[in-house]
Design a binder for this molecule. Structure first.
Ligand SMILES: N[C@@H](CCC(=O)N[C@@H](CSC=O)C(=O)NCC(=O)O)C(=O)O
Length: 282
């Protein structure tokens, strides 16, 4: 199939293919594994737009592939789903004992602090290396949207805002939107970026709304029964920033839904339709 991509697994799914690949990454200086869903439209010689999905803490590329149920709508809409891992991995890659730092918790940024800076370059990997690779090796075109959950929702919103023009639209489920002032974000930013708070603000979606001029369509859904809502997520901060700085944020709070993939599965089709509509008009 490709000299640079090693095929790990391949399954037929809704007329398309669910595949898993391994490759050597120049950004993270380790072997990376990702999943991709190629819809039926990608098999007639055509290149399809892609939705990049960024997963949350403790996830690999497999949580979304197996639990979200996104493939049926992706097949109907002709959207590829690109599902990267959440961090560099390997015995030679720095790690922490806790679940919310290190392997499985890369926060989609380029770390500047030792020991993390050697491999934790997830922003370069997601924004530059992976699209270049996929658009060269697979029937995937250059129209991209981005979405994610929790830590991955933070990644989707911040990468879309930090890289104007790279993504047509962005969305998130229960994103960490106030990381500079909440525990998961503060701990990760202190480790990866150092103690200077100014460096953190460039990776905080609510703060970026004040400084980024390029407006793109944004959708956020949050479960009202999410146990992480008050301490870690704080979507009201994002909503206030959107209002203050003129962003048309499509935000909905859904009573009772928790932080799990049951919430994602309930709304993933709506997110795919949101992105497909904007990609079709791009
Ligand atoms: N203490 C929990 C925390 C892990 C957790 O809830 N991870 C979420 C993402 S949280 C924010 O980024 C997740 O998606 N888990 C995977 C899943 O399949 O549900 C724990 O360690 O279990």
């Amino acid at each position: 199939m490709s000299a640079t991509l090693e095929l790990v697994s391949s399954q037929r799914c809704f007329g398309g293919w669910q595949r898993r690949f391994r490759h050597a990454s120049a950004s993270t200086r380790c072997e990376m594994t990702f999943s991709v869903y190629l819809p039926p439209q990608a098999q007639a010689g055509a290149r399809v737009p892609a939705l990049y999905w960024l997963s949350g803490l403790t996830c690999t590329d497999e949580n979304f592939s197996t639990k979200a149920g996104a493939q049926r709508a992706a097949a109907e809409l002709g959207l590829a789903l690109v599902i990267p891992d959440t961090s560099p991995r390997g015995a030679h890659v720095a790690d922490a004992e806790r679940y919310d730092l290190g392997q499985g918790a890369g926060f989609y940024l380029n770390a500047t602090q030792a020991p993390w800076s050697e491999h934790y370059r997830m922003e370069d990997y997601i924004v530059d290396e992976l699209p270049a690779l996929l658009e060269a090796e697979l029937p995937i075109g250059p129209l991209r949207a981005i979405s994610g959950h929790s830590m991955g929702g933070h990644g989707a919103l911040t990468l879309a805002m930090r890289h104007p023009g790279r993504y047509v639209s962005a969305s998130a489920f229960a994103p960490i939107v106030n990381p500079a002032d909440t525990p998961w974000g503060q701990q990760a930013f202190a480790a990866y970026l150092g103690e200077a708070r100014e460096a953190w603000l460039a990776h905080d979606a609510s703060q970026l709304m004040a400084t980024v001029a390029h407006r793109l369509p944004l959708r956020v859904d949050q479960g009202g029964g999410d146990s992480f809502l008050p301490e870690q997520l704080q979507p009201d901060v994002l909503c206030a920033a959107a209002k203050a700085h003129g962003w048309a944020l499509d935000y909905t709070l859904h009573p009772d839904y928790d932080h799990s993939y049951y919430f994602i599965a309930s709304l993933i089709e709506a997110h795919l339709r949101f992105h497909a509509g904007h990609l079709a008009r791009a």
